[in-house]
Write a protein that binds this ligand. Structure first.
Ligand SMILES: N[C@@H](CCC(=O)N[C@@H](CS)C(=O)NCC(=O)O)C(=O)O
Length: 217
C-alpha cells in the first residue's frame, strides 16, 4: 500500500487512520504547491493532481474521506471500525458531510484560498473574516453536541472524529474560535498514540505549535 501526501489536514487523515489500524504502508510525503503534484508521473496516477492519494492493490483513490472510509472498511482493527447498520452508516455520513462540507471546505479551505493562496485565488480579508465567523458558528453547534457526548457517534470513536479533530487543529492554527467542549474533546482524542504518531509523520515540527494554539499559549 502506498499513500501520497503530507503536511496538510487532508493528508493527515489517511495517515492517522493507517496508524490507528496498524497498517503497513509506504508514504511518499509530497506536499501541495511544491511542484510535486504537478509531475507527469503523479498526473498519471491522479488526474486531479491533489493529495492525499492511495494505491492498494487494484484500488486507486483520491479524496481524504473516501480513502479513510476504504481503509477502515478493508482493515478494521482495534476500536476503529465501519458502521454495522444502515442507520449507523447514514448517521456517520451525516457527520462526515457536515464536518467536511461546512468546516473543511466552506470555512477553512476558503480561508486558505483567500489568505495563504491569495496569489492564485485573490486576497480577500472580508471573505477570510466571514469564513472564520461561519466556522465559529458550526463549531458552536458541534460544541453543544460534544458537551453531552464523548464522540460524534453514539458507538464511540469513528471516522467523523478523525475528520473533526483534523479540522479543529487546522482551525486553531488559523485562530478560529472553538468552544471549550470542542477543545476538551480534541485534547482527549489527541492522547491516542496513533494520532501522535500521525502528527509527527504529517506535520513534523508543527505539532508543538498546534498543541500550544489549542491550549491557548
Ligand atoms: N477534497 C480533497 C481535497 C484535496 C486537496 O485540495 N488537496 C490539496 C492540499 S490540502 C492539494 O493537493 N493541493 C494541491 C493543488 O491543488 O495543486 C480531499 O479531501 O482529499
Amino acid at each position: 500500500m502506498k499513500i501520497w501526501g503530507a503536511g496538510t489536514a487532508r493528508s493527515f487523515r489517511p495517515i492517522w487512520v493507517a496508524e490507528e489500524l496498524g497498517i503497513e504502508y509506504e508514504l511518499d510525503p509530497i506536499g501541495p504547491r511544491t511542484g510535486e503534484t504537478k509531475t507527469d508521473v503523479y498526473k498519471a496516477l491522479t488526474r486531479k493532481q491533489k493529495i492525499p492519494f492511495l494505491v492498494d492493490r487494484d484500488v486507486r483513490l483520491s479524496e481524504s474521506v473516501a480513502i479513510c472510509r476504504y481503509l477502515i472498511g478493508a482493515y478494521s482493527a482495534n476500536d476503529l471500525s465501519p458502521p454495522e447498520t444502515l442507520k449507523e452508516g447514514v448517521k456517520e455520513d451525516e457527520w462526515c458531510c457536515y464536518v467536511y462540507g461546512e468546516i473543511d471546505e466552506t470555512s477553512l479551505y476558503v480561508m486558505r484560498r483567500h489568505r495563504d493562496l491569495a496569489e492564485i485565488y485573490g486576497a480577500s480579508e472580508g471573505v477570510v473574516k466571514s469564513a472564520a465567523a461561519y466556522a465559529a458558528i458550526h463549531f458552536g453547534i458541534l460544541g453543544e453536541h460534544l458537551s453531552k457526548h464523548d464522540y460524534l457517534m453514539e458507538r464511540g470513536f469513528s471516522l467523523p472524529d478523525i475528520l473533526l479533530v483534523s479540522c479543529i487543529d487546522w482551525a486553531v492554527y488559523y485562530d478560529v474560535n472553538v468552544p471549550s467542549s470542542v477543545q476538551a474533546y480534541r485534547n482527549r482524542i489527541a492522547q491516542r498514540p496513533a494520532y501522535q504518531r500521525a502528527m509527527q509523520i504529517n506535520y513534523k515540527d508543527l505539532m508543538g505549535e498546534i498543541n500550544a494554539a489549542v491550549n491557548g499559549n
